[in-house]
Design a protein around this ligand. Structure first.
Ligand SMILES: *Cc1c(COP(=O)(O)O)cnc(C)c1O
Length: 396
């Protein structure tokens, strides 16, 4: 890969091997200067004029177009704002509205809890008869029937890295008359996504994971272009109005994807994201995916050879995996704390999963081998077996 990695573009601490870009991507080196400029030159000097003069009002659509390129979506089909939980709610509500004679939201037990919680909340707001139905991930396609209004799934499982077949499941959902919503939280920036080719109606995702937008970076929502003028926004905020500055008393949705905006965008945070997206200039997702598969394969092979106590939780077949590798280990939490203390940063998901994310923009083969050597040393010497490593923090 002539083009990768691009470690110099990131401000990683000395001595750290960062295997948690699937949870919070690292800081691209040029972002602080850009954020400082937004604060001082734009907010500080332009004041309210900056909404026009610095393009703040257009930023959600402008940044949406840059994200669109990375997820196989056409120009004008993606807009930024809010958090992923909110975007899940919006997509789901619009999907239910498109199938008024149906009452079931179908998801799977591998989905990230907030997606399910938001669905529960939406169900509780609707009239009686609506329900959230869960299937096992392997059985979800077979569970799609004529009662299902919307199928809502996350392409890559946050614990195991297991990957759904987007195209096949979308086809099955649509054949049964259901609307398809994909959550790309662990896909965007990690691998090729062909949103247009999948034909799904809605997609959502966050930008602080593989897209390195920083903690609290705004989420994105995609609506298939032929539906963008029809989708009904449940969160009918003024910036999704056709004419926000007409200050009409009634809501009229804006044409196209703009209607999925809600209120005032987080300009400073979105500027960090906008700048962070520069690291993708000249990079093709196919190249990222090939390098990511190579790093994951190397990690699995070396870790299994050197650490017999670990049990692979991720699918062995690369095509069925996202860009992370998970191993189960009885003392996984303590072992992860010991690893972090030695500069190898991954994370832990209950009950016993040690999670390692691989991002070829700033990781190479040498990092993988060094991480495995430290992991093996910790396991061989039971270095995890210390009281301070068993102390659970609020964020794991
Ligand atoms: C990370 C993640 C979220 C987080 O939602 P926020 O609203 O950004 O906190 C939601 N869903 C999935 C599938 C995720 O992986």
């Amino acid at each position: 890969m002539a083009n990768l990695p691009r470690k110099d573009l990131f401000d990683l601490p000395e001595g750290v091997i960062y295997l948690d870009g699937n949870s919070l991507g690292p800081l691209p080196r040029h972002v602080p200067a850009r954020v400082a400029e937004v604060l001082r030159a734009e907010w500080g000097q332009e004041l309210i004029r900056a909404w026009n003069s610095c393009g703040w009002m257009d930023q959600p659509a402008r940044v949406g177009n840059r994200v669109a390129r990375l997820i196989g979506a056409p120009e004008g089909s993606v807009v930024m704002g809010d958090t992923l939980s909110i975007k899940v709610f919006q997509a789901l509500s619009a999907a239910l509205d498109m199938r008024p004679d149906r009452r079931v939201i179908l998801s799977d037990s591998g989905n990230f809890p907030t997606d399910l919680y938001m669905a529960e909340g939406l169900v509780s707001l609707k009239s009686a008869g609506y329900e959230l139905r869960l299937a096992e991930p392997e059985a979800v396609e077979a569970a799609i029937d004529e009662h299902v209004a919307a199928v809502m799934l996350t392409e890559v499982d946050y614990r195991s890295g297991r990957r759904h077949d987007m195209t096949a499941i979308t086809r099955a959902a649509q054949a049964a008359g259901a609307v398809m919503i994909w959550d790309l939280a662990h896909s965007a920036g990690a691998m090729e996504v062909d949103l247009a080719g999948s034909n799904c109606e809605f997609a959502v995702g966050c930008t602080y994971k593989y897209l390195n937008g920083g903690p609290g970076a705004p989420a994105f929502i995609y609506v298939r272009p032929d539906l963008a003028d029809k989708a009904k926004p449940a969160l009918s905020g003024w910036l999704g109005h056709d004419a926000p500055f007409a200050f009409e008393l009634g809501y009229r949705p804006a044409p196209g994807i703009e209607r999925m905006r809600v209120g005032t965008p987080p300009v400073v945070q979105m500027s960090a994201l906008e700048a962070a997206l520069d690291v993708w200039d000249g990079v093709e997702m196919a190249e990222i995916r090939a390098a990511s598969v190579a790093l994951c394969e190397q990690f699995i092979a070396e870790a299994e050879a050197a650490c017999p106590a670990l049990r692979l939780v991720s699918p062995r077949e690369a095509a069925r995996r996202g860009s992370q590798v998970s191993f189960a280990f009885e003392h996984g939490y303590a072992a992860m704390q010991a690893l972090i203390a030695r500069g190898v940063i991954g994370d832990f998901r209950a009950p016993d999963v040690m999670r390692f994310g691989f991002m070829p923009l700033y990781l190479d083969e040498g990092d993988v081998s060094a991480a495995v050597a430290i992991l093996a040393d910790i396991l061989d010497n039971r270095a995890w077996d210390r009281p301070e490593y068993r102390q659970a923090s609020r964020v794991t």
